[in-house]
Design a binder for this molecule. Structure first.
Ligand code: HEC
Length: 447
């Protein structure tokens, strides 16, 4: 016994201590690196090349876990994450990357992962029992329960008492590169209050969809809720982090919101055939029909303006927000925009009124027909390769064909052998061939 104590105190204890000290140093090193844009940019490149295929480009998870939600199955300390990336989880399908990258690269990847952290960390709650629906006096003697919420989600199903006040507080990581807000879905008339770094945040939005602005990056976030006269079934609140116009659900803040945010994994990919979708798409105006080609080029044709309102390269759509959000949320293009409205490929006309008729499929590819200033048009797009697309117009009618091209550095426009300059806002007059066809070719530049 004595010997063992001796052994522990003089040999094992210092060893154990040294090991934690090293881990702590490494944790700190990785945290500092996660604040360094040069490091995280390098990490981002490597992540997108290697890890994104399983963890998604935005880290929201696919076959591999979500890496930005603060929920860690295999350890949350930066040094543990680094170690997990090195050794991998072969049984679960993740290779180890120790032999693939050097230490600096591995640390850059982990720093990037840490920098993308979203949501609550070190979240805890305090529950107070109140004397009735009208009781607004929250005092320490009414505190009945406290606890930690390791998943970083406010759990509004904790209270078992009828009248209560509950408070959730923790460090909160909002995106650093965009403005976000907390959104209470179907909220009215709950008594919810939000505090950022100790300051009360003004309620915005509408009565039924109230919102509270967050700061960018890390902050202290507290959310309090008093049950008041709300009915039992209204008390499990859906708190979601969104962008400012509520079109994208970014991260869940409460347990009930988690499913809603994560069910966004409905991806439409044009694998073997051309796909046509009529769903509302983020950044594109309503009444747009979108077409995805297997060559990973996609465009949107707007039936109100009869113009090409968007072109993107990559997979087609994530319609998850559309499905999970009761059909009101727009789908997200999965690739990269080449251009989107208000930049568009359109007719240069004074009278904007076009009359859209229909589309028919030619070998699965939609051909849109419409009428504009006494001319009858059809428009279709035919990809030639993964970066070249022909827009084929046919025209019957007395008016010249005059098009305005979207001016974007990522795309070059040609009409036959002739380079087109997109800079003329008056439009470019294009002469149809003897069959009434005008073909303009978009060639996408490699970024
Ligand atoms: C071939 C698919 C695949 C690739 C590539 C991949 N992962 Fe994973 N990753 C997984 C899977 C699957 C899991 C879940 C393991 C499990 O079920 O325990 C995982 C788990 C993880 C975890 C643990 C998460 C937790 O909750 O503790 C981390 C961290 C991680 N991956 C980081 C990375 C990084 C960084 C890269 C790129 C260097 C990467 N992964 C590449 C599939 C992959």
């Amino acid at each position: 016994m004595k010997r063992l104590t001796f052994l522990f105190v003089f040999i094992l204890f210092p060893m154990a201590f040294a090991a934690t000290a090293n881990a702590n140093d490494l944790d700190e090193t990785l945290r500092v690196k996660s604040q360094n844009p040069q490091v995280t940019e390098q990490g981002q490149k490597l992540f997108e090349q290697i890890c994104a295929s399983c963890h998604a480009k935005d880290l929201s998870g696919a076959t591999g876990f979500n890496l930005k939600d603060g929920e860690w199955v295999h350890g949350s300390a930066p040094s543990q994450i680094l170690n997990n990336v090195k050794t991998g989880f072969l049984n679960a399908g993740m290779p180890g990357f120790k032999a693939v990258f050097n230490e600096t690269e591995l640390e850059a990847i982990v720093a990037y992962v840490l920098s993308k952290r979203e949501g609550w960390g070190d979240l805890s709650y305090k529950l107070y029992q109140l004397n009735g629906a009208d009781d607004t006096q929250v005092t320490e003697d009414k505190l009945i329960k406290t606890g930690e919420l390791p998943k970083g989600l406010a759990d509004f199903s904790i209270p078992e008492v009828k009248h209560y006040f509950i408070e959730f507080e923790g460090d909160f990581y909002a995106p650093k590169d965009k403005d976000t807000q907390v959104w209470l879905q179907w909220g009215f008339p709950h008594e919810l209050n939000v505090f950022v770094n100790g300051e009360h945040v003004e309620k915005g939005g509408t009565a039924w969809f109230p919102t509270w602005r967050l700061q960018r990056g890390k902050q202290r976030l507290k959310v309090t809720y008093r049950s008041g006269t709300s009915k039992l079934n209204q008390r499990n609140l859906i708190l979601i982090g969104t962008n400012l116009d509520l079109t994208v659900k970014l991260f869940p803040l409460s347990t009930k919101a988690k499913g809603i945010v994560e069910e966004k994994k409905y991806e439409i990919k044009a694998a073997g055939e051309i796909l046509v979708q009529r769903k509302r798409i983020l950044d594109l105006p309503p009444s747009t029909v979108s077409i995805g080609f297997p060559s990973k080029l996609n465009y949107g044709f707007n039936t109100k303006s009869c113009s090409v309102v968007g072109l993107w390269q990559g997979e087609m759509l994530n319609i998850g927000p559309n499905i999970a959000g009761r059909g009101e949320d727009p789908s997200l293009p999965l690739g990269e925009w080449v251009f989107h409205a208000p930049k568009q490929l359109k007719h240069a006309t004074e009278s904007a009124a076009c009359r859209y008729k229909r589309y028919r499929l030619e070998e699965g590819n939609p051909v849109f027909s419409y009428e504009l200033e006494q001319n009858q048009y059809t428009l279709t797009a035919i990809p030639r390769s993964s970066n070249t697309l022909d827009f084929v117009y046919t025209v019957i009618g007395p008016q010249p064909v005059k098009l305005v091209l979207p001016d974007m550095p990522q795309v070059r426009w040609r009409h036959g052998d002739k380079q087109l300059s997109p800079l003329d806002p008056q439009g470019t007059v294009l002469k149809p061939n003897k069959d009434g066809r005008v073909v303009i070719t978009a060639t996408l530049q490699q970024p």
